[in-house]
Design a protein around this ligand. Structure first.
Ligand SMILES: Cc1cc2nc3c(=O)[nH]c(=O)nc-3n(C[C@H](O)[C@H](O)[C@H](O)COP(=O)(O)OP(=O)(O)OC[C@H]3O[C@@H](n4cnc5c(N)ncnc54)[C@H](O)[C@@H]3O)c2cc1C
Length: 551
């Protein structure tokens, strides 16, 4: 009994000890977990970033650079392994001493003052872009099987059955269709307010019409095709708003467009975001760049600020995919700047945006236009045979525009064999799935297959009037298509029915009660939606309006 009692007492004692031990283990491990959670990078209040910038294109880099001296902890998160986004310059080993610009390649000093000033301030060398916007006197137009020069446009030498009043250069025709069919009598380009007050002669508010609807009512079918074929850009017709139709060309009164010299950056436009990013990172140790981070979701935190959920990605030869089996990373930030193309922003799960129909509608106010470029390299400049003064072509062939790009130190010359946009992006995307990369091709996302090369050469042969069998063997190739995530489009246009004057202001800070901002040229003024300048003015607007006190 006694021994039994002792045994029981000992057992009870032992059980108590185990209990106490277990409880202590649980308490200690909970404490450790609590401490671990609290100190996991980026999720505690103390770790909360002042600003998270999403997107490592020129918009994200410029945001960081502009805020660099404000003593803030700022991180830029980029989906891919590359800074620059749609400004993308690469070397081209097939022609040493040259570079390729796959995205933005030129700008105008007067029309794009922010870019011009910023590039100078960060020490980049601005040089003339000799190819201009396609110099009219150095251009061949080739449509419906006919070769034309500048002086043929607007005459009966164009292969279109135009009415007498439609016999004008494409730009002049667009302006006259506009002037003759809206209630506007001045001979200067209308202001934005004047545009929004305009109705067509049959009483429809211009801003509610698509371009196709406008031309459908007021232009002949031949005039429509003539404009589309000869202008060379998808955006001269289509489902975007008609409001800015004359701005689609450079032929309205007062425009300095083609006459103003185009500029570029010595070494390529990709240098701009790279230099901005470098200077932002060098300005403070609390500035960081996180490549291969895709933002998936933004949630409010109870204690203020936001939890940002990222998925890690990995990139091989320019092709970025989500990392398999990687756990998501959560980062806390007090403010978030979204610096990306419209559809990329729409794809981020932001409940505060999605639950508000007005925000959803405003974000959906633009339509993206994809584009692509194909470069081919040869040992001879065969396209100059018979066309010595030509640097540019526009055609109804599916490569649409070409440029005589440059020549390497080894005398290998490069032609931009295709600069296409709109639906043609799908055509080239499909072709790129077939064949194998040609010798001298860049790898991965920039690879040119034999199928793509042969098709491009078929169009070049017609445009330059050289038999395809006489085109020498290509010694290199590179291409880039801007039609998929994380870009979706080369540029965006407003859809009809939206008043951009209010949409733009709302989009900078979509939710009044949230510190989530959008700095993107997707909603820039029409003549800047296609240009870096549009992104820079969006960044400036966000910073000047909402970040005055962030220091
Ligand atoms: C073919 C072509 C020709 C052009 N020509 C000219 C020109 O001559 N001159 C000119 O001024 N402009 C030109 N442009 C337009 C100009 O390149 C762009 O307007 C400008 O580069 C856009 O910069 P951005 O920073 O706003 O967006 P982007 O450059 O698209 O940068 C956004 C970045 O965000 C990243 N991202 C997207 N979603 C996420 C996410 N969820 N998480 C993390 N990262 C994300 C993307 O990977 C990308 O790097 C051209 C564009 C193209 C494609």
């Amino acid at each position: 009994m006694t021994s039994n009692g002792n045994f029981l007492e000992r057992r009870v004692g032992l059980c108590r000890m185990i209990d106490v031990l277990m409880t202590s283990i649980i308490v200690v491990s909970s404490l450790i977990i609590a401490i671990l959670i609290a100190t996991a990078p980026g999720t505690s209040d103390a770790d909360c970033l002042d600003i998270a910038v999403i997107g490592g294109g020129i918009g994200g880099a410029y945001t960081g650079w502009r805020l660099r001296d404000r003593d803030l902890s700022i991180s830029v998160f980029e989906y891919s392994d590359r800074v620059g986004g749609r400004l993308f310059t690469t070397d081209f080993p097939a022609a040493p001493g040259t570079y390729l610009d796959f995205g933005g390649m030129r700008f105008r000093a007067n029309a794009h003052p922010t870019l011009n000033r910023t590039a100078t301030e960060i020490g980049l060398k601005i040089v003339t872009f000799a190819l201009g916007y396609g110099n009219a006197d150095e251009t061949i137009w080739y449509t419906r099987g006919k070769h034309m020069r500048n002086t043929d446009l607007g005459t009966s030498r164009t292969p279109y059955s135009l009415a007498l009043q439609e016999m004008k250069t494409p730009g002049a025709l667009i302006w006259s269709l506009f002037k003759n069919n809206v209630n506007y009598s001045k001979n200067t380009y209308p202001s934005l307010d004047e545009l929004y007050n305009m109705t067509t002669v049959d009483g429809t508010p211009l801003y509610k019409m698509t371009l196709d609807n406008f031309y459908g009512r007021f232009a002949s079918r031949e005039a429509y095709k003539y404009i589309y074929d000869l202008e060379g850009w998808a955006g001269t017709v289509g489902r975007q708003g008609a409001l800015h139709s004359p701005k689609a060309t450079a032929s309205y009164p007062g425009d300095t467009g083609p006459s103003e010299e185009f500029k570029t950056i010595d070494g390529g436009m990709g240098k701009v975001p790279q230099a901005l990013m470098e200077k932002f990172l060098n300005a403070s140790t609390s500035h960081k760049l996180h490549l291969n981070h895709q933002l998936l979701k933004i949630e409010r935190r109870q204690s203020g600020g936001y939890n940002l959920r990222f998925r890690k990605t990995h990139t091989t030869d320019g092709i970025t995919t989500q990392k398999q089996f990687s756990t998501d990373v959560t980062v806390c930030a007090r403010k978030v700047v979204l610096a990306a193309q419209q559809r990329c922003i729409q794809e981020i799960d932001i409940p505060m945006f999605k639950s508000n129909p007005d925000i959803v509608k405003n974000l959906d106010s633009v339509v993206g236009i994809p584009a692509g470029r194909i470069y081919l390299a040869y040992n001879t400049k065969w396209w100059k045979n018979g066309n010595p003064d030509i640097t540019h072509t526009k055609s109804d062939q599916l490569n649409r525009q070409t440029y005589d790009w440059s020549t390497g130190t080894n005398n290998v010359s490069i032609i931009m064999a295709s600069y296409h946009d709109g639906d043609l992006a799908h055509y080239w995307r499909e072709l790129s799935q077939f064949g194998t990369p040609i010798p001298g091709s860049l790898p991965g996302v920039n690879a040119v297959t034999d199928v793509v090369k042969n098709r491009a050469e078929k169009f070049l042969s017609a445009i330059y009037n050289v038999s395809q069998s006489d085109i020498p063997e290509a010694v290199g190739g590179a291409m880039m298509m801007w039609d998929k995530y994380p870009f979706y489009a080369a540029w965006d246009y407003f859809k009809p029915g939206f008043d951009e004057r209010t949409v733009r202001d709302l989009v900078y800070k979509p939710s009044v009660s949230d510190h989530i901002y959008i700095a993107s040229n997707s909603w820039a003024p029409r003549n800047l939606q296609e240009w870096c300048e549009g992104t820079l003015i969006a960044v400036d607007a966000v910073i000047n309006r909402y970040f005055k006190d962030s220091n």
